[in-house]
Design a protein around this ligand. Structure first.
Ligand code: ZN
Length: 343
């Protein structure tokens, strides 16, 4: 009988310098920040050529997720095998001390964008920490047109046309492709997105990059071409509580590229799925995943991939634990709704 070597895989974070970033990722992740610069992003799961996540535990330690994808396509991906050449989701923590540029990512429907070979990008955020000044912008106020936007970029009044949310920890914010968005004011979020790097910058609040001494480039025409001016699904989501015991399982996002649940509790519960991979992100507390007689210690800030072949396993919290569990849908999901708490 052939024995598959796949097991629950932990990945190392990759920190990224960003001029709008801060130092708060140090509290969230066990891996120390590389130097005293501002770090806006930690890429916690990335199958991109330029920044490849590496396995941090067990016999596959040091291998990139792409190497694991290539060698273990079926045990890793299960029923999704051969649908994706690269792992289809990119996961990050963001620490936005200052406002990020106002940006938009293209969808599939825009002629000529995304450029050939690139994919569309829908993303979503789960708020982890927020302060008094924190703000999330997601979508445009009704009636905003391309002409109004262009004018407001010239005279610095763009913010007046954005739907602005005052975030609190636990909130889920959905940003489908084509949605104008930004965040900042000392907010820390978990970000899930399609594995794509196509971003068009609409406005940058007059920021100067300390590294270059110059403002960053804007791509106003491309951004305007991608904006979904109706963007009905963008913004704060209503969590759907699917179960309360042994763990509270609330579904935050259900869209074609991903599904995400927030799990919170202190009694043992199950994670993972038969025939499909799942990703776990621990945002509070610690615990253990049990698989095949082995235990895997899970700490705050860590990302774990449960390969399809691992299936369903027990998670044993040490204390109150808060996990995000992520699935890649086999079938396109039904749509996403928003609620109207805006501030
Ligand atoms: Zn974005």
């Amino acid at each position: 009988m052939s024995q598959t070597p796949l097991y629950p895989l932990r990945f190392e974070p990759i920190y990224q310098y960003r001029l709008w970033g801060g130092r708060r990722l140090a509290n969230l992740l066990s891996a120390p920040l590389p130097n005293d610069g501002p770090f806006g992003e930690a890429w916690i799961l990335s199958d991109r050529e330029d920044h490849a996540s590496r396995v941090a535990n067990g016999s596959l330690q040091g291998q990139t997720i792409h190497q694991v994808m290539e060698q273990f396509q079926e045990p890793l991906m299960g029923e999704l095998a051969h649908r994706f050449r690269r792992f289809p989701l990119l996961l990050k923590f963001l620490d936005a001390r200052e406002m990020l540029s106002v940006q938009v990512h293209p969808g599939y429907v825009h002629a000529g964008v995304p450029p050939a070979g690139k994919t569309a990008k829908t993303e979503a955020w789960v708020v982890l920490e927020a302060g008094k000044e924190s703000r999330i912008d997601a979508g445009l106020k009704p009636g905003t047109t391309a002409d109004i936007l262009r004018q407001s970029i010239t005279n610095g009044t763009l913010a007046e046309h954005l739907v602005s949310i005052t975030p609190k920890p636990g909130d889920g914010i959905f940003i489908p492709a084509g949605t104008v968005h930004s965040l900042g004011g000392d907010v820390v979020v978990f970000e899930i997105q399609q594995n794509s790097d196509v971003t068009f910058r609409l406005y940058d609040w007059g920021h100067i990059d300390a590294k270059t001494g110059r403002p960053r480039e804007l791509e106003v025409d491309q951004a305007l071409a991608c904006i979904d001016f109706l963007d009905g699904a963008a913004g704060l989501v209503t969590p759907v509580v699917e179960e309360r015991t042994p763990v509270e399982r609330a579904r935050l996002f259900q869209c074609e590229p991903f599904r995400l649940w927030r799990l919170r509790g202190q009694s043992p519960f199950t994670v993972g799925a038969e025939l499909a991979p799942r990703v776990l992100v621990c945002v509070e507390g610690t615990g253990q995943v049990e698989h095949n007689g082995d235990t895997y210690v899970v700490q705050k800030g860590e990302v774990w991939v449960l390969p399809a072949v691992v299936g369903v396993c027990i998670f044993r919290p040490n204390n109150i634990v808060s996990l995000l569990e992520i699935a890649i849908p086999k079938e396109p999901g039904s749509g996403q709704r928003r609620v109207g708490r805006q501030g």
